[in-house]
Design a protein around this ligand. Structure first.
Ligand code: AHG
Ligand code: MN
Ligand code: MN
Length: 297
């Protein structure tokens, strides 16, 4: 089963509530600063990250800013990111934050949307999806928005110069309209290709190359996003700890579902800090159909 009912515990203890407030207030505070720092940092560095991807100056810089600001909070005891090899011990705080400082950073080149993903775990990293207690993403689009998932609810804010303004609760429309899947079509498996042929009869293709922006379209219009396991790379591209699980948490809190092809990503464990996983996020019916299509037992 991909969907999980009430899988986020609304009875969070008060101390943790204060700690989560600190994390998301800080994220709202730092978002305009990161956005403002992007234009001058579109150049590639000579370095590659743990996933073997060439880093942009913006990737490295945003990671440093977030490490300083989120890692500096009393509530945060560990900071990890896609852009650094190891988990950083940042003190005695009970929360561990796992960050994709810039998701879809190659979109900087083409001036398309991209953003920041933050997963908040209450266990040392790498941690299973079940250890997530909240997650959020910032989308640097025509507006800067902050979408926070906690206490079983997903809430969207517009980040303005004087702070975040709540837009409202996000809940996945019942009637889905869009889909987007990553990877080259010839690299897809036959089972997945068969599923896509069905989906495209019903939905409209929307794919922009930044997971969080593509998922935000699903949150807005209903539908499904996925980065599948590929013939030569059965784990796909996206990283469990920094991308797949935090965005799955957002979907679940918005009334949607997640899967790695067989079960909810919130029920799976990462294969190491930088481990990858196939991930599918969207309306429960579409995710259930996907699981059925990939179930070759
Ligand atoms: P990142 O910029 O953090 O490395 O993430 C890029 C990811 C993800 O955002 C997106 O869904 C995917 O890569 C796009 O990959 P393709 O270029 O293969 O479509
Ligand atoms: Mn990413
Ligand atoms: Mn990234």
């Amino acid at each position: 089963m991909s969907g999980r009912d009430n899988d986020t515990d609304p009875s969070v203890e008060p101390g943790q509530r204060v700690s989560l407030d600190a994390v998301f207030d800080t994220l709202a505070d730092v978002a305009p600063e990161i956005r403002a720092g992007l234009p001058g940092r579109r150049v590639k560095t000579e370095e590659t990250n743990e996933s073997g991807e060439r880093q942009l100056a913006a990737d490295v810089w945003a990671d440093d800013v977030l490490e300083d600001r989120l890692g500096g909070l009393d509530a945060v005891g560990e900071y990890a990111s896609e852009e650094r090899a190891d988990v950083l011990d940042t003190g005695d705080g009970a929360l561990s934050v796992a960050v994709d400082p810039l998701d879809g950073s190659s979109n900087l080149q083409s001036n398309n949307p991209m953003g920041t993903i933050v997963g908040v775990y209450d266990e040392p990293l790498p941690a299973p999806g079940s250890a997530l207690v909240a997650s959020a993403f910032v989308l640097y689009g025509p507006l800067t928005t902050l979408t926070v998932a906690r206490d079983g609810t997903t809430t969207e804010y517009v980040v303005e110069d004087d702070g975040p303004r709540e837009v409202g609760t996000v809940s996945l429309p019942d009637d889905p309209t869009v889909y987007g899947f990553g990877g080259r079509v010839p690299d897809w498996t036959d089972d997945f290709t068969g599923y896509v042929r069905e989906v495209e009869q019903e939905l409209k293709l929307r794919y922009g190359g930044a997971m969080l922006a593509d998922v935000n379209q699903v949150l807005t219009y209903g539908g499904i996003f996925g980065y599948p396991g590929l013939r030569e790379n059965p784990e796909g591209k996206l990283r469990h700890q920094f991308e797949a699980a935090p965005m799955a948490y957002v979907l679940h809190c918005a009334g949607g579902a997640s899967s790695d092809g067989a079960q909810s990503v919130l029920d799976t464990e990462p294969d190491g800090l930088h481990g990858r996983t196939p991930v599918y996020l969207g309306n429960e019916r579409l995710v259930d159909d996907l699981e059925a299509a990939l179930d070759t037992r």
